[in-house]
Ligand binder design. Structure first.
Ligand code: DQA
Length: 154
């Protein structure tokens, strides 16, 4: 089993800390990455933690995770609600995929009710703020240990 956990972050998440703190909290993405790195190290796995504003780059990284990761945690940001390309890329990933959001999109605007990530994910963690990242790392380690590769082509 690969011991590499991928955490991929989509558009505008580089502005965490100052971006709508009443919705997304006051932790920066660098602070969140630090927490995740500690937790990954404590579990004996290495961490790949990235953010991009570009949809194509996010798709490239999901494909990379499909080849290299033991599990993938994805906060797709707004691409969650728009990107069929992201959905299709996730369907290539045979290891556990955890959809992650700081807020709870289901309790927000109507346009956030469309979700192309959840149908291609193993599980979702939403609404816990920055703590959700810690929860997702713990869950990903657990799922990676128990999971067998799955085929999403059906
Ligand atoms: C988000 C929720 C999305 O709806 C939004 O577009 C984001 C952040 C979250 O983490 O709560 O950019 O993914």
């Amino acid at each position: 089993m690969s011991k590499m956990l991928y955490i991929l972050n989509g558009p505008n998440l580089n502005r965490l800390g100052t971006r709508e703190p009443e919705v997304y909290g006051s932790a920066s993405l660098a602070e969140i990455e630090g927490q995740c790195a500690k937790l990954a190290q404590a579990n004996g796995i290495s961490l790949v933690f990235r953010q991009t504003n570009a949809e194509g780059e996010l798709v490239d990284w999901v494909q990379e995770a499909a080849d290299k990761a033991c599990a993938l945690i994805l906060n797709g940001g707004a691409y969650t609600h728009t990107s069929i390309a992201l959905h299709d890329a996730l369907r290539l990933v045979a290891v556990p995929v955890i959809e992650l959001h700081l807020s709870n999109p289901a309790a927000r605007e109507a346009f956030r009710q469309v979700n192309y990530v959840a149908p291609a994910a193993t599980a979702s963690i939403c609404g816990f703020g920055a703590m959700g990242y810690d929860m997702a790392v713990t869950a990903a380690v657990h799922l990676a240990k128990i999971s067998k590769p799955i085929n999403k082509t059906s």
